[in-house]
Design a binder for this molecule. Sequence first.
Ligand code: SF4
Length: 506
Amino acid sequence: MSSTYLGMPSLPVFGTGNLNATESFPQAAKRELKNTQLRANLAHATHTIRDKRENAVAELPDWEEMRDAGSAIKNATMANLPALLEAFETNFTARGGIIHWARDAQEANEIVTALIKETGETEVVKVKSMATAEIGLNEYLQEQGIAAFETDLAELIVQLDHDKPSHILVPAIHKNRNQIRDIFLREMEEVDPGLSNEPARLAEAARRHLRKKFLSAKVAISGANFGLADTGTLTVVESEGNGRMCLTLPDTLITVMGIEKLLPSWRDLEVFMQLLPRSSTGERMNPYTSLWTGVTPGDGPQNVHLVLLDNGRTAALADQMGRTALNCIRCSACMNVCPVYERTGGHAYGSTYPGPIGAILSPLMTGIKSEENNSLPYASSLCGACFDACPVKINIPEILVHLRGEDVDSQRAKVKVPTQMDLMMKASEWAFSDGSHINLLEKGLPIGKLAAGRAKVIKKLPGIAAGWTQSRDIPAPPSQSFRQWWVKEHQSPEPRRNPAKEEDQL
Ligand code: SF4
């Protein structure tokens, strides 16, 4: 299947906005790893969610079949995306909603701003939305004199602290209760000065802070978890009820949704409403699911808009190997099991999308040639835990390896002289092409032994190999290789009788 078959533009439009990191992953990770409080918070939070998820998943005997179904539905959606988008537009419009198409972050921000300005309002309430974080909507609105208030508790904490989210489901996962209490005391004018760090008291403070906003806001902005093509229905899945308030109380509702969030039919929701809550919060079902189709006269928002966002999604779709990354339902299960994410946290990834899915999605949407995002596919040990946890079976390790290959090719195209890696691979090709070449190289083993010295470890390797010794020593090489031992053993008329002693020498 080619990009032409899918009806996609032949020249992909890459994503902009907060998809691009401003520094490379190793650089950012080095800084984040020094934050011991962050590591402690993350280890506690990810392990708690991981355990809950495992229990919730174990309850379903057909969990694997459910994952297969989720994967098949999303693959079918991506293969038929242009037709499904048109069907969605027809159905949503027929019920009084208005569709806007945005190629990139700038276009989407301009559309949303113009819609808000039409209402004459200067304040909006927001439901947690990855798409609006991706396009940097809050920052853009602020420049235009419009204040956007986050109403999800974790997003509110991050916004009040002038910080950035570090997890797609729990944006404030890097903060503990004491830190949250301090933020509330510092940033909420009306808060009780004796506020404790108990979760119930913190939630109450947030509720009081937000209530006035809910009741006075005339415009709300949301994302969407799913769009159902056969009815033109949008869905928001949430836990706190703040989404329900935003989606029903204001006169104007503006939703920003990535074009990949479609499902072909209403019936498909049955599968995803089981996969998503169990994979994300470890719950059998989520507390609030809101569905709306265009405008219902006299009930809820009467001015309903949807911005359908590309921002690099067609570029990702054009990548035959990487396109399954668009199947992601943003459950965050891959993050909670990733040993790299658990140590570095989400800020190290730079983009709105952290963790294993971010390591593939961001470079796919911005193009692997994008300066800082090309280090993201290396932010993985390739252990495969993300693949096992993913409810729609995205083979993240396979896509990571594919993107690493793309990166190497794009670097090679830039540099005319051979790199150290090129020379090393050439040398390996020569060494492994003939047994006699390896014999020759193995004659150098005593030099390695000499380099290891009395401590019997090599602490520093030169050039490209220096990365290996950055965090570990190499033991001194043995005095003879296995091949040398084997030849000696089998050519000797009387084989030696003490294999244990010989193993020590290897
Ligand atoms: S890649 Fe899979 S596990 Fe990770 S957030 Fe997306 S759906 Fe969830």
